[in-house]
Ligand binder design. Sequence first.
Ligand code: DAK
Length: 257
Amino acid sequence: MTYEFILIHRQEPIALVQINRPQQLNALNSQVMQELTSALEELDNDAAIRCMIVTGNERAFGAGADIKDMANATVVEMLERNWIAYWDRIKKVTKPVIAAVSGYAFGGGCELAMACDLIVASESAQFAQPEINLGVIPGAGGTQRLTRAIGKSKAMEMVLTGRAMSAREAEARGLVARVFPTEVYLDEAKKLALEIASKAPVAVRLAKECVNKAYESALADGLDYERKLFYFLFATEDGHEGMKAFVEKRKPEWRGK
Ligand code: DAK
């Protein structure tokens, strides 16, 4: 498939999907979202790839949904665009997806970063849900994911005022996993992706599923789910290989089975 607004950089076993609409600060229109989700699905089905990175450029990860596209839209048009389906598709990606964020991650851009499995940021990254300033509210998970990530009071403050949070603040509050100087944040995201890609693939997939489950269920259901997947891993060759390698004092050889 050819893409207009994204670039794919394959560096097996990892791949980078770069949003490339710099003149509009990577504002997300339907085509960008369509291309981005298709690329992630394609890479998810590619056996040579084990971890993906979604990124923008130094100035903007994404300044939100394309406001010019939405300004005159009716409620029926918004419903028919079925934008939220793209987020559902991202959620179904089974391999880990790291958001490498620099510059603006505003509105839908912030929601996109939060829809990824973890966020690595540059020192110049800024996170905001500024929809309130447009007379609307976040619509792709902002009120829910931000609240789970940073707690009710801070999320309320951000969503009600639209103010931006710095990378350092986002890290301190748990929205962001790691912050690096702008010159190296992408290299560091790649290092992290390579580290994840070096682990046992089935365990990585199930670990991602379990952590995401913690977001979506009551504690008792999440614990039950985790336990079942934990037992399941004893039916995999890699599960036994990892423990045997430890006992035999050698490096494990993962086979993805
Ligand atoms: N949409 C369209 N164009 C945008 C844009 C955006 N979100 N953000 C920036 N641009 C464009 C600007 O219009 C400008 O284009 P030209 O005028 O040069 O043609 C160019 O990018 C450069 O922007 P600025 O000149 O404004 O650059 P500054 O450095 O001065 O300011 C800024 C950067 C990020 C502070 C500013 O551009 C800004 O405030 N942008 C808007 C940020 C924002 O409000 N984002 C939230 C958008 S609402 C849905 C679910 C979710 C959503 C929608 C639907 N469904 C379930 C249906 C999500 C909604 C949103 O994200």
